[in-house]
Design a protein around this ligand. Structure first.
Ligand SMILES: Nc1ncnc2c1ncn2[C@@H]1O[C@H](COP(=O)(O)OP(=O)(O)OP(=O)(O)O)[C@@H](O)[C@H]1O
Ligand SMILES: Nc1ccn([C@H]2C[C@H](O)[C@@H](COP(=O)(O)O)O2)c(=O)n1
Length: 237
């Protein structure tokens, strides 16, 4: 129980383009402040993996919609060891494959998929707010659709070059141009789709991180979280 009695946990909503640092920042902040962590991109990847695994044509929106209620996605929200399971199978590694990455934008553009996952994300958030000081949630529609009333709403960005450099380092490729092209392709699809496109709301704080280290970004966000928690009377951090 917090010093504020029955106060609910805080929600920190983070959106931004691919490779802007959402996952690393969200995990770092959640770890520092004892919050839960939810990677919603991993959920769309998990459903995409399931569709591919069950030979659903991911370019056929009607076929994806018809199968959308079948995969059972379960997320573990410990920021030091997050997990993602589909139908009880740990797919943490599989969802990062080239094949899943190439198809995830098509699957996540299907409204039926989004309805299901947004409902699940809200349930995870509600649970975290009851049982913990709160949760950091990151994705593409967290500030706009999933948790528009969150007291901390951030839009993380970095230049296309910085994002490509970072992602190339992560996946150990020297073909930075190809990485940049892949990020640009996904950003275009994710921000131009009809259903919940990636957009920055007016009340989100934009944090341009190209010239900042990850530790510096985490420190900035932790400060914002502490200020919001004090303002909101949220459960003690
Ligand atoms: N401020 C930073 N400075 C340097 N590297 C960073 C910074 N933030 C993140 N990174 C690195 O950039 C890479 C991409 O970061 P991350 O996966 O967190 O981005 P993301 O926005 O969640 O990407 P995606 O949307 O594709 O999942 C990782 O290797 C991460 O360690
Ligand atoms: N809230 C979300 C989160 C993710 N997506 C889609 C769009 C992304 O290209 C894909 C994978 O996300 P990533 O692992 O790169 O963060 O999932 C979405 O539509 N909404």
């Amino acid at each position: 129980m917090s010093a504020q009695g029955n106060a609910e946990g805080i929600v920190i909503a983070i959106d931004g383009p691919s490779g802007s640092g959402k996952s690393s920042t969200a995990r770092g902040v959640a770890t520092e402040r004892g919050l839960r962590y939810l990677d919603t991109g991993a959920m769309y990847r998990a459903v995409t993996w399931w569709m591919l695994h069950h030979e659903v044509d991911v370019d056929d929106a009607a076929a994806v919609a018809a199968a959308a209620s079948r995969p059972v996605v379960t997320m573990g929200t410990d920021p030091t060891a997050p997990t993602v399971r589909v139908d009880g199978v740990d797919v943490a590694r599989e969802i990062r494959s080239r094949e899943v990455t190439a198809s995830v934008s098509a699957v996540s553009a299907v409204p039926r998929v989004r309805e299901r996952l947004v409902a699940l994300q809200r349930a995870v958030i509600a649970e975290a707010r009851r049982g913990a000081p709160g949760i950091v949630v990151e994705g593409r529609d967290i500030t706009t659709v999933v948790a528009p009333d969150a007291p901390v709403k951030l839009y993380l960005t970095a230049s296309a070059e910085a994002r490509a450099q970072r992602r190339s380092r992560e996946v150990r490729t020297t073909d930075i141009a190809a990485t940049q092209a892949d990020l640009a392709r996904r950003d275009l699809l994710d921000s131009s789709r009809a259903a919940s496109p990636l957009t920055r709301t007016e009340d989100s704080l934009e944090l341009e991180t190209s010239g900042l280290t990850l530790d510096e970004v985490v420190a900035i966000v932790v400060k914002l979280v502490d200020e919001a928690a004090a303002r909101e009377g949220s459960a003690a951090l």
